[in-house]
Ligand binder design. Structure first.
Ligand code: ZN
Ligand code: ZN
Ligand code: ZN
Length: 155
């Protein structure tokens, strides 16, 4: 699984400033929590990780910050079918880049993969082209998730 090594907060800060936003301790804490673990975290999990370093941080601030980062495209927000939005670090130093997900519906484990992404990309490119033509829809991106049972849960 890809890990977020060499996280350089200075670069994230530059990015936030590029959007005309200030770097607050809360924003730092959220970025650190997401990029350090390289996982798909719920807002509550980000809150838990962030409050270890910033005990004053509140859950409402975490939600607001995550929404802001999602809007900037620094964080991907997605749904795994259990009513809890999950977030992952999308853009910046050490980000995983474009990938797809295998979601275990039993233990909620999320596997990142990009092994077959070339084959998929070609298929998706053609599908997107067809959809764009048929519906006059300009497609920017997609989220692809497969649901099922992971190796351990399938036993
Ligand atoms: Zn893709
Ligand atoms: Zn599982
Ligand atoms: Zn992922």
């Amino acid at each position: 699984m890809p890990q977020h090594k060499n996280h350089n907060p200075a670069c994230c800060c530059r990015k936030i400033r590029g959007f005309g936003r200030r770097i607050t301790p809360a924003r730092h804490a959220v970025l650190d929590a997401l990029s350090a673990r390289g996982e798909h975290l719920t807002a509550e999990e980000v809150f838990k990780a962030a409050s270890r370093h910033y005990p004053d941080i509140g859950l409402a601030t975490i939600y607001r910050t995550l929404e802001l980062f999602t809007k900037f495209g620094m964080v991907n927000k997605f749904d795994t079918g259990d009513d809890k939005a999950r977030y992952e670090f999308a853009d910046g130093p050490g980000a995983k880049g474009h990938h797809h997900h295998l979601v275990c519906t039993s233990c909620r484990r999320i596997v990142d993969y990009n092994d077959f992404i070339n084959e998929e990309t070609e298929l998706l490119r053609r599908t997107e082209e067809g959809l764009a033509n048929k519906y006059g829809f300009k497609i920017n991106t997609h989220i692809l998730q497969f649901y099922g049972l992971c190796k351990d849960c399938a036993k």
